[in-house]
Design a protein around this ligand. Structure first.
Ligand code: ADP
Ligand code: MG
Length: 355
């Protein structure tokens, strides 16, 4: 199979109706999304939902049962053809870093540059060492670097040949939380500097939010929703997305107008037509920051748990119906367990699911 013509950057990758599986069993079902030039996408979902399987299909290590994957107007995979992984111009970074232990940092980064002239390869390595914050480390060996530094080298090695697309499978999960918090925004900056399109796989939503322009939320092999982090948090389209992303509770409610529902916490209004008929029985998504402690409110709940978060308290509050919800209160409102507090709901728009 001829290799793809070498473009500087990806224009678009499109997945249509992609199913992937093992031994006849389907693991990823009808996946569809698009990634555009310079975008960072993310497959986010619980362990075992099929993220790595889909990523490997994009890399060319798994064949498709149905559907197709296109890169810049060329089909790279469908049920009957598959462009070789090495001809796809795709770079990969994995959780287990796997640098070559007997090669120096510079030699590791230069690994994919064998077809480049010596001068351009040296120039590229120097530029990448600078970019990933490891200038001066070129002659060191991997074992003498920390985990975070090794992952920076792995990234530099993957992007050195200027692939059209970088795939990253849980690249931060071997690192401790503090290191991860530093590395994630750095890697986003590096990818943007290189105008590199990338697809990240993670089960960690904070990582997804910090890295990605577009997140595809997966469960049990199915992509439930693809959207910006803001959209999937504030406008979840399925119950799974609503409960997997952020803390969420569902309040039983009855529709009382195009922008209004009635619940245990009174009438709640949103800024958009929710599309349900009057008197429909629904579940309303409420987040901790939607329910605020309000001494003047007639609606009360009993505190059943509490966490001090510095800038605020997060309470679990039991309503008269027995339903338990999260509630935010400012840091000075230190109430005891068992105490009754007033609650009011502040939502921009109503996220409703049929009961
Ligand atoms: P994730 O990356 O979301 O944790 P995976 O894609 O690794 O999920 O796995 C999805 C499902 O496919 C799991 O049930 C897993 O056991 C199964 N699976 C993964 N790799 C293989 C394989 N090589 N052969 C058979 N089943 C596999
Ligand atoms: Mg995986």
């Amino acid at each position: 199979m001829a290799s793809l013509p070498l473009h500087k950057t990806l224009k678009e990758m499109t997945l249509t109706n992609v199913s992937v599986g093992y031994d006849g069993g389907v693991v990823v079902k009808n996946a569809a999304f698009q990634l555009l030039e310079g975008q960072i996408g993310c497959l986010l979902g619980p362990s075992g939902c099929g993220k790595s399987t889909l990523l490997r299909a994009i890399a060319g290590f798994e064949s498709l049962m149905t559907g197709e994957i296109m890169i810049d107007d060329q089909i790279i995979s469908n049920s009957s053809l598959s462009v070789n992984p090495e001809d796809r111009h795709i770079g990969m970074v994995f959780q287990d870093i796997a640098l070559f232990p007997h090669l120096t940092i510079a030699q590791n980064i230069a690994f994919g540059l064998s077809s480049w002239s010596k001068e351009s390869a040296q120039e590229r390595v120097a530029c990448l060492l600078e970019l990933v914050g490891l200038a001066g480390f070129q002659s060191r060996y991997p074992h003498s670097l920390s985990g975070g530094q090794q992952q920076r080298v792995a990234l530099a090695r993957a992007i050195a040949p200027k692939p059209k697309l970088l795939l990253m499978d849980e690249p931060f999960s071997g690192l401790d939380a503090k290191l991860r918090e530093e590395l994630v925004p750095d890697i986003r900056d590096i990818l943007q500097h290189e105008k590199m399109s990338a697809l990240l796989v993670t089960h960690d939503q904070m990582e997804a939010f910090a890295m990605a322009d577009q997140v595809s939320v997966m469960d049990a092999g199915v992509i439930h929703q693809t959207g910006s982090p803001y959209q999937i948090y504030h406008r979840p389209e399925t119950r799974f997305v609503a409960s997997f992303i952020g803390h969420g509770d569902f309040l039983s409610a009855t529709v009382c107008g195009p922008d209004c529902v009635h619940s245990d916490l009174g009438n709640i209004r949103g800024d958009l037509d929710h599309g349900f008929a009057d008197n429909a029985l629904v579940d309303l998504l409420v987040r901790p920051d939607d329910i605020l402690h309000d001494d003047d409110s007639a609606f009360v709940g009993v505190i059943v748990s509490k966490w001090f978060r510095g800038s605020h308290f997060l309470y679990r509050v039991k309503l008269s119906s027995g339903k338990v919800v999260y509630c935010f209160a400012s840091s000075h409102h230190n109430h005891a367990l068992g105490q009754k507090i007033g609650l009011s709901v502040h939502l921009d728009h109503l996220v409703l699911f049929p009961r």
